[in-house]
Design a protein around this ligand. Structure first.
Ligand SMILES: [Zn+2]
Length: 163
């Protein structure tokens, strides 16, 4: 006759709780990686990434790139790893210092001050079916990958530092 090994109730509960919380954490990480909707640790619902509407600006981005191509860019972007996504953004946004600022910087003393608030203009590029890139307005760029301004700022600043 065998004896069942008795596990104290307290220990059993603790184990179960621990296992569940690490499982939840894993699910959250997986969803975050895949850019699907998930609830953050603090309980904030994070929306899934989605292809957003194009802009309706003077640059006529609508006529430069098709909706089908934007969809394909979006889908391919989210198949990339996080690092590759950042790399892609860094490569498709071109920054240049604003001309006006450079002219204004005359005195050496002024330069230090100006340096801390340099102004940059950004150009945004999307690639078409034929792999040629077209310059588009920032809104359609942001919306094609559902990016936030903050994310773009972080990436372009990092790129600037590395140059
Ligand atoms: Zn536009």
């Amino acid at each position: 006759m065998w004896k069942r090994q008795k596990i104290p109730e307290e220990e059993r509960t603790r184990k179960r709780v621990r296992r569940e919380s690490s499982w939840k954490e894993n699910v959250r990480k997986k969803l975050k990686e895949k850019d699907k909707e998930y609830t953050s640790k603090k309980g904030v619902l994070k929306k899934a990434k989605e292809l957003k509407t194009p802009c309706n600006c003077r640059m006529k981005c609508n006529t430069k790139i098709s909706q089908a191509q934007r969809k394909s860019l979006f889908e391919n972007f989210y198949l990339l790893s996080r690092d590759a996504q950042d790399q892609y953004i860094a490569e498709t946004i071109k920054e240049s210092e604003k001309q006006r600022e450079r002219v204004q910087r005359r005195k050496e003393s002024e330069e230090v001050h100006k340096e801390s608030r340099r102004n940059f203009t950004r150009k945004y590029y999307l690639s078409k079916e034929d792999r040629q890139s077209v310059e588009v307005w920032k809104k359609i760029y942001h919306n094609s990958f559902d990016l936030t301004l903050k994310k773009i700022r972080v990436i372009t600043e990092k790129k600037r530092r590395s140059e």
